[in-house]
Design a protein around this ligand. Structure first.
Ligand SMILES: [Zn+2]
Length: 237
């Protein structure tokens, strides 16, 4: 029997008090744990596989990494993240990610993001007032460009252990199964989001940052985005 559970961290501290040494606990667990961390606007999601592999997707807004995500990792006894993913570069997804990266005693196994080149204009490193942007904060914390990995659609890039299949179904405007560059002319930051499907037996889980249908956020989205991602996920077994 396959077990999967998704926790919603509404009452964060009260909830994690029930855990003890989750890395060791998860390593012997048959559960795939997916923790939606309550960071307010934006997103931060922690995945712990049955073999104890860890993956953090996004870090919420600026300040939420230090205030919410880092304490959660500490409570769970997680000192190393196997994967850190910046789904896209909007501040409510990467704002707190640099705080998490700086807090880690060991560098993450792999950092995945939409990359620095592609169909969108180069993201600014400075605001008009000359301050670092959230993007710059993330870039500096994530390290030099060669330490980061621009996500590409496909299987096998993310290894969360036996029986878990992680597919990158969209990244930087490319949607697996929908034809490369199909939506790039109308791409915006949300449409560049990395989207994953995590499969564990009969359980499929989709997470896609702020992925829109058709590239640009708004009412004229194209449903083919969703269809393509569903096809990649495949029929439930
Ligand atoms: Zn966004």
């Amino acid at each position: 029997m396959i077990l999967a559970r998704i926790w919603i961290h509404v009452f964060l501290l009260a909830f994690v008090a029930g855990f003890s040494g989750s890395n060791a606990k998860a390593a012997n667990s048959r559960f795939l744990e997916i923790i939606h961390i309550d960071v307010g606007q934006g997103d931060a999601t922690l995945v712990i596989s049955p073999s104890g592999k860890t993956m953090l997707i996004d870090g919420g807004q600026n300040g939420q990494g230090k205030k919410i995500v880092v304490p959660l990792l500490e409570k769970l006894g997680i000192r190393h993240l196997d994967y850190v993913i910046a789904s896209h570069y909007d501040s409510d997804h990467i704002g707190g990610l640099d705080e998490v990266l700086k807090s880690l005693t060991m560098p993450p196994g792999k950092i995945l993001d939409p990359g620095s080149v592609g169909p969108l204009p180069v993201r600014p490193l400075k605001t008009e007032k000359g301050n670092d942007t959230r993007y710059a904060d993330y870039i500096h914390a994530a390290g030099l460009p060669e330490k980061r990995n621009a996500a590409q659609t496909g299987h096998g890039v993310i290894d969360l252990g036996p029986e878990i299949v992680v597919s990158i179904v969209a990244a930087n405007g490319c949607v697996s199964g929908a034809g490369e560059n199909q939506y790039r002319p109308r791409l915006d930051e949300n449409g560049a989001s990395i989207a994953l499907i995590i499969n564990y037996g009969t359980f499929d889980y989709f997470i896609g940052g702020d992925l829109t249908g058709g590239g640009r956020s708004g009412k004229k989205n194209n449903r083919k985005y969703g269809d393509a991602c569903c096809r990649q996920g495949g029929p439930r077994r």
